[in-house]
Design a protein. Structure first.
Lengths: 259, 268
């Protein structure tokens, strides 16, 4: 895509002063955050904090007139195609076709990125091997467990070699082992491929000490920064305590309105 | 994006639709059984009640079964159009809509590709129905089977586009029963599918005019004429105009700034 070339060092994701309302309900207010190359950024928030709305805006399922989103310097409103091409997404809800095989699901995704068949076969093989499902590629998704389906969705999100990976509550409903696998796998990708990752969750223990953290509460960013920075800002010894304090303060600051 | 990449994307979307159709036995079977029930039971019942006089494109008196066959072909396409488009808005399928929409291709292209995929499936269904209907003595000329192909494609596109429009604008029609009651049945009954419009005119001028502007009437007539090697210019024009309008509305409705995705999220 030859638009006004963005600077080569532009970060994977920049969200600037983004607001969004559904009718009278303000879902996001003045949200700013960024994800750098190789950053594992945890978007932490309770259910209803606005995480899914933020994801929908970043993936351009709909857009907002207030604020800006840039992916590797490409403005999402002006050049959505260039932005979407470099983005891999795992949505909160399951999005695989249950009656199709793993491979058929992944071929569909490769086609949605205009990939030639030969390349798609190779990439599918690689990504499935990485999540340990290569031998089951001809099986229907319906036969897989929840954890396996999530792994297929992760493999799918990576087929087109994105440099920014977005995951919206990817571990919801998974058992401990699957959760651990997914977390470690994505963290490893972050390091080995320099992938920028935005990982939304309400589970505090998914934020490791080396993660960057953005705390979202009632549609506002109440804190963001490296793990230890958040602890220092809240003056608490653990992230759990820091989170509770920050959202209590945030609620007090905004009048504590329930969303 | 190059033309080749567009072609790959389109092929992938059509392939998925075809695989889903083949794998969902229930959908496959009901799509075929529905029109056959009409043909085998409804038409048999009315066989001696309704005689159809000689009207174009027919050159002889025809039994009632023969008269309603084209309307049933259009019905296959109507159901299919509603199903493949509206299924996207049902909650369990919202996910697949999201996967489609985050493809880096332009949204209008993705919607048109989705539409073409639905049409491909409905055309195959229509041919299977015609093969079975042959045993009910519905035997159009052999050349008619070929001539009807473009008619089926055009009519299928128009009805599929209507489904896309409904899926983007109407939130209340979230179950198929609602679609049956408020879209499929009114369109089907207020059309030339089950009775020639000149007979309707004698009974009620209002219903006659409603039928005349009903896109489904023209889809049916386009198919009916094509099946007997005739080209119905008026119907082809009307279907084309409706197609253009519906596609424009669907692209507008799926614009990220308005329409389906944002309103649905707001309702959550």
């Amino acid at each position: 895509m030859r638009d006004a070339e963005p600077p080569p060092e532009a970060p994977p994701l920049v969200v600037e002063r983004l607001s969004h309302a559904f009718g009278a309900r303000q879902a996001l207010s003045d949200v700013s955050l960024s994800v750098g190359q190789g950053d594992f950024t945890v978007l932490l928030g309770l259910n209803g904090a606005g995480k899914t709305t933020l994801f929908a805006l970043i993936t351009r399922l709909y857009h907002s007139r207030n604020g800006a989103i840039r992916v590797f310097g490409h403005d999402l409103q002006k050049n959505a195609q260039a932005a979407l091409r470099r983005m891999g997404v795992v949505f909160q809800q399951a999005t695989l076709d249950l009656d199709l095989t793993i491979e058929q699901n992944l071929f569909y995704h490769a086609a949605l990125h205009g990939m030639p068949r030969g390349e798609a076969i190779a990439r599918i093989g690689e990504e499935l091997a990485r999540v340990g499902l290569a031998a089951r590629r001809r099986e229907r998704v319906r036969l897989l467990s929840g954890g396996q389906r999530r792994r297929v969705e992760l493999a799918r999100a990576l087929i087109h070699n994105p440099s920014l990976l977005l995951l919206d509550e990817p571990t919801v409903g998974l058992d401990m082992a699957s959760r651990q696998f997914l977390l470690e796998h994505v963290r490893a990708l972050c390091h080995s491929r320099g992938l920028g990752v935005l990982w939304a969750t309400h589970l505090i223990d998914e934020a490791a000490p080396d993660s960057r953290i953005v705390i979202l509460h009632q549609g506002r960013v109440v804190a963001s920064g490296p793990h230890e920075g958040i602890l220092a800002e809240a003056g608490e010894p653990t992230l759990k305590a820091a989170f509770d304090r920050l959202i209590a303060d945030g609620a007090a600051a905004t009048g504590g309105e329930p969303s | 994006m190059t033309a080749l990449q567009y072609a790959r994307c389109l092929a992938g979307i059509v392939r998925r639709e075809a695989l889903r159709w083949l794998n969902q036995r229930g959908r496959f079977v009901s799509a075929l059984v529905r029109p056959l029930v009409w043909l085998a039971i409804f038409a048999a019942g009315f066989h001696f009640v309704l005689g159809v006089s000689i009207i174009p494109p027919y050159e002889t008196y025809i039994p009632y079964e023969v008269y309603i066959a084209p309307g049933l072909l259009a019905m296959i396409q109507l159901f299919n159009g509603m199903q493949s488009s509206l299924s996207m808005v049902y909650d369990r399928e919202m996910g697949s809509m999201k996967t489609l929409m985050i493809s880096p291709f332009p949204r209008w292209f993705l919607l048109v590709a989705k539409l073409l995929a639905g049409v491909a499936v409905s055309v195959v269904q229509a041919y299977i129905f015609m093969a079975i209907a042959w045993f009910w003595d519905i035997e159009p000329p052999l050349s008619g089977y070929l001539a009807v192909l473009p008619a089926l494609i055009l009519a299928g596109l128009m009805l599929g586009a209507l489904g896309l429009v409904l899926s983007s604008f109407i939130r209340q029609l979230e179950n198929f029963a609602g679609v049956m009651n408020f879209v499929i049945f009114p369109m089907f009954f207020t059309s030339s599918a089950l009775y020639p419009l000149w007979r309707v005119e004698e009974a009620s001028p209002v219903i006659y005019w409603l039928s005349e502007i009903n896109p489904f009437t023209h889809a049916t007539e386009l198919i009916r004429f094509a099946l007997y090697d005739r080209f119905n210019v008026l119907s082809a024009l009307v279907v084309t105009v409706y197609l253009v309008v519906f596609v424009a509305l669907a692209v507008w409705g799926y614009d990220p700034g308005r329409g389906l995705m944002a309103r649905r999220a707001g309702a959550e």
